[in-house]
Ligand binder design. Structure first.
Ligand SMILES: Cc1ncc(C[n+]2csc(CCOP(=O)(O)OP(=O)(O)O)c2C)c(N)n1
Length: 676
């Protein structure tokens, strides 16, 4: 329903006034960009975005992903017009305990579909969400006809990740994705032209996007572009909206103060403009600026009524579909609940003494056949990271065909990680992605955001140590495990470990690690797997049942009564400790071997349990192919760690084992020295 242009302009000015007032009151924040983008966001929310105010997590809703988190005042303000925030909430912008933190934090109930702040990630989540919607549409049909909108600014376009998401969205023909580019010529410290002379339109066209250029402050042009974009049936659309930074800002004399770098990130008064005159210029009352104009209230009330009609039709269509497709409908409910189907984990047949990446492939093959809403991805390493175990049971996404369940991301680890987060945020799918562990370095910004947003993405990282061998130090992770384990030491805002990090010790523990990862719906999981074969750990009765103790983070694999020394490790080093244990026992030393796939999980167990595995005061020896610090927490101040203190080297891995001291005989030697 087309609204009167003057009214639409008034609503955009209302957003400008609120955004400027929030920043002014908080004495910090970013008003300029928010004021420039107000027209687009107002048109989107008052005329296009379809959502259910009564049921914010309705799976068929359009989704809006914002990339520039610093433009939070724009988002909070439009959501205030839509009734999701009160004027009090806006007045508490950036304050302790407020629902309006400095950068938006995931809050679907209030219309915030993603946390944003690190530029470039937000629009890549949107690409992921659009892929998830395509995957689901291929299975659920018109129930998944919604549109994914995203908003990007100069910073997001400049971030390298935009290359990955632009390429993928174009290659896969994501016609359900509409991106508005707020091209306001201004960024934090310079004008855009100082750092960027590229032709953005041609760049996106080259990636296969439809590109529409408009005046981004003009309601009619915004509408036209959105309608064109919605009508597109083959390509994602980029709407380049030329906007005016800080539109409406004036100085004390009432002179134009628009387009200034200084208004990017501080209150208008701090930038040398006049807050009071600006509010007046925009038609507001500077003494009482936190107001929604009555006619703007009406505009959004009218939109709420329109949404009711749209929703009535959508829900009626869904009801009819559910009646006609009860089986699919039940699946859809399960998929969006995040629940798993029944999985017989114990029945997984692992090849003995195999590499844990191979064991992971076995599990992935089973999951491809069992978990019908799982998507697995790889950054062009599927045959090495063994996600091909999944791929062999399905096929990869293609432009126009999302009947498969595998996403080939190409060589773009950060993009892949963010796309996985976006799929997860969309809901309805379970996602995993693989690459070499050393390239987790390229993914950490996304891992951190997955942890902050509590998204249960599974990160499969193989080639977990110097035993990559001949490829040499560029490909041999050393410090990576210590880095990623920091994520299991930091707590999320629910007071839980922000990430589950598992490095299983043999094929059976790998099955258990996957079980734990799939059951973990509350945070991301890291699965760190070996390249090389590992000798199976000994079992008293049944290795699977014993490996289930991995749920406690660390457990006793086997122990002599009153051991003289406790040997602890994760991953393949546990089996090296077993070799050493044999030599030590032959020498009359009593030994306990502990597998510790997750220190973070172990520290979350009762003190009694922790004491039962590694009693205080005992002699503890740890071995890690990572930096010694990886194990120092478990081994304690009086313990000893054999780790790697330098970058790795290029040589066959068995040579490296010898040269670097990762052998049973060196375990024997080091422990003997330690005990003497
Ligand atoms: C990854 C990342 N690097 C740096 C920043 C800090 N930062 C926030 S906004 C910004 C400038 C962005 O300019 P633009 O996107 O044009 O926003 P506008 O000036 O239009 O508000 C920068 C560098 C960030 N948020 N994320």
């Amino acid at each position: 329903m087309m609204n009167n242009i003057n009214l639409m302009n008034k609503a955009a000015n209302n957003i400008r006034i609120l955004a400027a007032s929030m920043v002014e009151k908080a004495k910090s924040g970013h008003p300029g960009g928010a004021m420039g983008g107000a027209d687009f966001i107002n048109v989107l929310f008052s005329e296009f975005l379809v959502y259910d105010p009564e049921n914010p997590s309705w799976e068929g809703r359009d989704r809006y992903f914002q990339d520039p988190g610093h433009m939070s005042p724009m988002l909070y303000s439009v959501l205030a017009l839509a009734g999701k925030y009160s004027m009090d909430d806006l007045q508490n912008f950036r304050q302790w305990g407020s629902v309006t933190p400095g950068h938006p934090e995931l809050n679907v109930a209030r219309g915030i579909e993603n946390t944003s702040g690190p530029l470039g990630q937000g629009h890549t989540y949107a690409v992921g969400a659009a892929i998830a919607a395509k995957f689901l549409k291929a299975r659920l049909g018109d129930q998944m006809n919604h549109t994914i909108y995203t908003y990007i600014s100069d910073g997001g376009v400049q971030e390298e990740i935009s290359q990955g998401s632009g390429r993928i969205a174009g290659t896969l023909g994501l016609d359900n994705l509409i991106m508005f580019y707020d091209a306001n010529q201004v960024q934090l410290s310079t004008k855009v032209e100082v750092v960027d002379a590229e032709n953005v339109a041609m760049k996106y066209e080259a990636w296969g996007w439809k590109v529409i250029k408009i005046n981004g402050n003009d309601v009619a042009e915004i509408r036209y572009a959105l309608n064109e974009a919605k009508a597109e049936t083959k390509r994602p659309t980029l709407i380049i909206g030329n906007t005016i930074m800080g539109k409406g800002i004036v100085d004390e004399q009432g002179a134009n103060f628009e387009g200034k770098v200084s208004t990017h990130g501080q209150p208008l008064s701090g930038a040398g403009a006049s807050f009071v005159e600006t509010v007046k210029n925009l038609g507001g009352n500077p003494d009482d600026p936190f107001q929604i104009f009555p006619e703007v209230k009406e505009l959004y009330a009218k939109r709420a009524e329109e949404l009711k009609e749209i929703l009535a039709q959508r829900y009626a269509a869904k009801d009819a579909w559910v009646k006609a497709n009860p089986g699919l409908a039940a699946k859809m409910t399960r998929w969006f609940s995040g629940a798993l189907p029944e999985i017989d984990w114990k029945a997984v047949q692992q090849k003995p003494n195999a590499a844990t990446r191979a064991a992971s492939a076995t599990v992935l093959g089973m999951l491809a056949e069992t978990v019908d809403n799982m998507v697995c991805c790889s950054a062009d390493l599927s045959n090495s990271d063994k996600t091909d175990g999944f791929l062999k049971k399905t096929h990869a996404f293609e432009c126009g065909d999302f009947s498969g369940s595998f996403f080939q991301a190409g060589v773009s680890e950060l993009t892949m990680a963010c796309i996985c987060i976006g799929m997860s945020l969309h809901g309805g799918v379970i996602v995993a992605c693989g690459t070499f562990f050393v390239f987790s370095d390229y993914m950490k910004p996304a891992v951190r955001m997955a942890a902050l947003m509590e998204q249960p993405v599974k990160f499969i990282w193989t080639h977990d140590a110097f035993r990559v061998g001949e490829d040499g130090p560029t490909h041999e992770p050393v410090e990576q495990e210590a880095q990623i384990r920091l994520m299991e030491k930091i707590k999320n805002h629910h007071g839980k470990n922000a990430m589950l990090v598992l490095r299983p010790a043999d094929v059976t523990e790998t099955t258990v690690a996957w079980k734990m990862a799939m059951e973990n719906r509350n945070c991301p999981t890291a699965l760190i797997f070996s390249r090389q074969g590992i000798k199976d750990l000994p079992a008293k009765t049944n290795r699977y049942d014993e490996a289930l103790q991995a749920y406690k983070g660390a457990y006793i694999v086997e122990s002599d009564v009153r051991p003289d020394v406790i040997l602890v490790a994760s991953g393949s080093e546990v089996s090296t400790l077993e070799e050493g244990a044999e030599l030590l026992r032959a020498d009359g030393i009593k030994v306990r071997v502990v597998s510790a796939p997750s220190e973070g999980l172990f520290r979350a167990q009762s003190k009694d349990y922790q004491e039962s595995v590694i009693p205080t005061g005992s002699k503890v020896f740890g071995m890690t192919a990572g930096l010694p610090v990886t194990l120092e927490g478990l081994v304690g101040a009086n313990g000893k760690v054999w780790g790697l203190e330098s970058f790795g080297f290029s040589a066959p891995y068995k040579v490296l084992d010898e040269k670097l001291g990762f052998t049973g005989s060196n375990v024997y030697k080091q422990v003997k020295d330690f005990l003497s």
